[in-house]
Design a protein around this ligand. Structure first.
Ligand code: DC
Length: 234
């Protein structure tokens, strides 16, 4: 099936600015934004909430399957980030803590978890006109995406951003701690056996360290507009 509007994939390491870029890009284009990290965070949150040991792979996969069942989980695009609604209850910032972030990185290394979330992610983008952000969107979930971005920034810049985000949520974490968390997460996300973080061959790399947000978004909008034109002509 050919889509009328593109699927836009944004992959990259933690703190590269994917969430902000995805939100602003989707806003400018009138597309839906899908924050796929929120899905892994929700699996991790619910498993922790139930006191499940994260090394108990079977139990964690059961949680992911439960969440992937029709009607269990909804992603509602919010003003700053996607709100996750699970069994009718909004989770708000409960899934945005450092602890849940690290746990999400762990559960995302389980094949059964990735499988459970695969179909959900495919369905969310099926019609096009969507910006999906994550780690493996351009490589695994949407190898057929019309536009793929790989957004990066230096570890220092990413740690500073993460620290600011956490501060805005009321938690003050020393920069050194955030930096080591970012480095560790990079290492885990890019060396894991399953769907490791890597740039798809046909992805466009955007390094946001030295660019303003406006510059990043302007570049991306121009590229998506070109892809839209190509689709309408084909
Ligand atoms: O982007 P984030 O910090 O919300 O993601 C949380 C974790 O989920 C991250 O450590 C890696 C994992 N993740 C993944 O494996 N694949 C995705 N598409 C998105 C996130």
């Amino acid at each position: 099936m050919t889509r009328k509007r593109p699927v836009v994939a944004i992959d990259g390491p933690a703190g590269a600015g994917k969430s902000t870029a995805a939100r602003l890009l989707a806003g400018k284009l009138g597309y839906v934004r899908v924050d796929t990290g929120a899905l892994y965070r929700t699996v991790a949150w619910l498993a922790l909430e139930r006191g499940i040991d994260l090394s108990d792979t079977q139990a964690v996969v059961a949680v992911a399957k439960e969440l992937a069942a029709p009607g269990a989980l909804r992603l509602v695009p919010g003003p700053t980030e996607s709100e996750v609604v699970v069994f009718g209850e909004g989770l708000g910032s409960k899934i945005r803590t450092l602890q849940v972030g690290s746990a999400a990185s762990l559960v995302s290394q389980i094949q059964g978890v990735r499988d459970a979330l695969f179909a959900m992610q495919r369905a969310l983008g099926a019609e096009g006109g969507v910006v999906l952000e994550g780690r493996d969107i351009g490589t695994v979930i949407y190898p057929d995406a019309e536009v793929k971005f790989f957004l990066t920034a230096s570890v220092r810049v990413r740690a500073e951003r993460r620290q600011r985000e956490l501060r805005e949520r009321g938690s003050e974490v020393p920069l050194a701690e955030v930096e080591s968390e970012v480095t560790e997460r990079d290492r885990r996300d890019s060396t894991r056996a399953l769907a490791p973080l890597r740039k798809a061959d046909d992805a466009i790399e955007v390094d946001s360290s030295e660019l303003t947000l406006e510059e990043v978004i302007d570049q991306m909008v121009a590229i998506v507009r070109e892809a839209e034109l190509k689709l309408t002509k084909s």
